[in-house]
Write a protein that binds this ligand. Structure first.
Ligand code: PMP
Length: 462
């Protein structure tokens, strides 16, 4: 019997954690000195740590707990499914009811003819599937040279070799020999940081037209697909100017390039519609899904594929690809229950019509704070760009991220989980956040920003 439990003192848990647990995206030696924050329970929008503190989770874990914590219906669905059929695979001409039921439900919810799902266990795996799928598709259509996938600098599409190669994060490429061949990049539509004096609408067009230039440079005969998130999440909640997506869509259509919308964050209500593609009027050939699909209660992801792509691939013989846990019955059962809750409790409508407009109003008030240059929001995801000079959107004299980290640390001290990307603070709260929760979040954010300003002045950073 494992004697390690919630009842151990925090320092003992931290010491064991430091001794044996290699954390993702973490300088582990550094963490061993400070000790990780130990989360023991969660309910609604609140976490509890091992010291008994209540913490407001404005990030929904890692952008995933869309229905909030503590929904026992999902635990019951998992237990029921484990008793009935804990595992069976979907290779070799077999299937099972949860995989069928979830695929049918997803086909109903996904826009236009995205009626087919290839299951994975995560967003990274689903994007790896996408790389193989689009290349296989074009080869099956007699165009095997259409292999290159165009992505964007500072994009995040996962951590596997394929996912991290599709991503445009320099720090990730620098480790482990990335990117894999035949991936290329254009610039992101990040007006606040990169737009200079250009008008946002003009900037959106310029950035979209880089895709056309890149296709011309590579030759359309060599390009398989373009991949992007409707709103970049991990890149810093970058909401593209309105002109961006229509131009991207036009370019993909004009040059016969498949469009992959990575909906891992934007999917399942985050932007106020079921999918970010609907919010931005995009018609992708493939959508990557994960996170909000099960609200993080069980690992599951997938690729929603158009009838045309699925048909071509389906008729091309065996697609030599799959994961042991593709369509895992327990994850499928949990996801189905999660979708039932999202739908029956009208959580997405409530976001669109009630809480997102309220959050937008309260969030915008933060622009009055001396440190905040821009407070942007899309549905239930938002960012605060910190700056020493609002008019010029200047960077701080300190290294990028120093101020963001100070603010993040103040948030944690005030029992609010906000994340920082460089010197921008980001949120992605559960869709179940009430107006009262939003008020509390804003209050804690203001307190943390005020304290950040005091520290910066004391340390001569401002
Ligand atoms: N795509 C996007 C847009 C993501 O935000 C993430 C995760 N943050 C992934 C892919 C990778 O998903 P996972 O961590 O489930 O592999």
């Amino acid at each position: 019997m494992n004697k390690i439990s919630n009842h151990l003192p925090t320092n003992e848990l931290q010491a064991l954690d430091a001794a044996h647990h290699m954390h993702p995206f973490t300088a582990n030696a550094e963490l061993a000195d400070t000790g990780a924050l130990v989360i023991t329970r969660a309910d609604g929008v609140n976490l509890t740590d091992s010291e008994g503190n209540q913490i407001l989770d404005a990030m929904s874990g890692l952008w995933c707990v869309n229905i909030g914590y503590g929904r026992t219906e999902l635990a019951d669905a998992a237990a029921r499914q484990m008793r009935e059929l804990p595992y069976y695979n979907t290779f070799f001409q077999t299937t099972h009811v949860p995989a069928i039921a979830l695929a049918s439900k997803l086909a109903e919810l996904a826009p236009h003819d995205l009626n087919n799902v290839f299951y994975a266990c995560s967003g990274s795996e689903a994007n790896d599937t996408n790389i193989r799928l689009v290349r296989h598709y074009w080869a099956a259509k007699g165009k095997p040279t259409k292999k290159t996938i165009i992505s964007r600098h500072n994009a995040y599409h996962g951590s596997t070799m394929g996912g991290a190669s599709l991503g445009g994060m320099k720090g990730m490429h620098a480790q482990g020999g990335l990117p894999i061949p035949d991936i290329d990049y254009i610039d992101q539509p990040n007006w606040y940081v990169e737009g200079g004096d250009t008008d946002p609408a003009e900037f959106g067009l310029e950035r979209a037209r880089q895709l056309e230039t890149k296709i011309a440079e590579l030759g359309a005969d060599n390009v398989a697909a373009f991949i992007a998130e409707p709103v970049q999440g991990a890149g810093g909640v970058i909401i593209p100017p309105e002109t961006y997506w229509p131009e991207i869509q036009r370019i993909c259509d004009a040059h016969e390039i498949l469009l992959i919308a990575d909906e891992v964050i934007c999917g399942f209500g985050r932007t106020g519609n079921w999918f970010g593609s609907q919010t931005f009027g995009i018609k992708p050939d493939i959508m990557t899904i994960a996170k909000g699909l099960s609200s993080g209660y069980a690992p599951i992801g997938g690729s929603m594929v158009s009838d045309e792509v699925a048909d071509v691939v389906g008729k091309a013989g065996e697609f030599n690809h799959g994961y042991t846990y593709s369509g895992h019955p327990v994850s499928c059962a949990v996801a189905l229950e999660n979708l039932r809750i999202l739908e029956e409790e009208k959580l997405i409508e409530n976001v669109r019509e009630n809480t997102a407009p309220y959050l937008a109003k309260r969030w915008a008030e933060l622009e009055a704070h001396p440190l905040v240059g821009q407070a942007r929001i899309c549905g239930m995801m938002g960012a605060l760009a910190l700056t020493p000079d609002k008019a010029s959107r200047a960077k701080f004299a300190s290294e990028v991220g120093v101020v963001g980290l100070i603010c993040r640390n103040r948030c944690f001290a005030n029992h609010l989980i906000m994340r920082h990307v460089g010197d921008q603070m980001i949120i992605s709260p559960p869709l179940t956040m009430s107006r009262a929760d939003i008020d509390r979040m804003i209050e804690l954010a203001v307190k943390s920003l005020d304290e950040t300003l005091v520290i910066m002045r004391a340390e001569g950073l401002m």
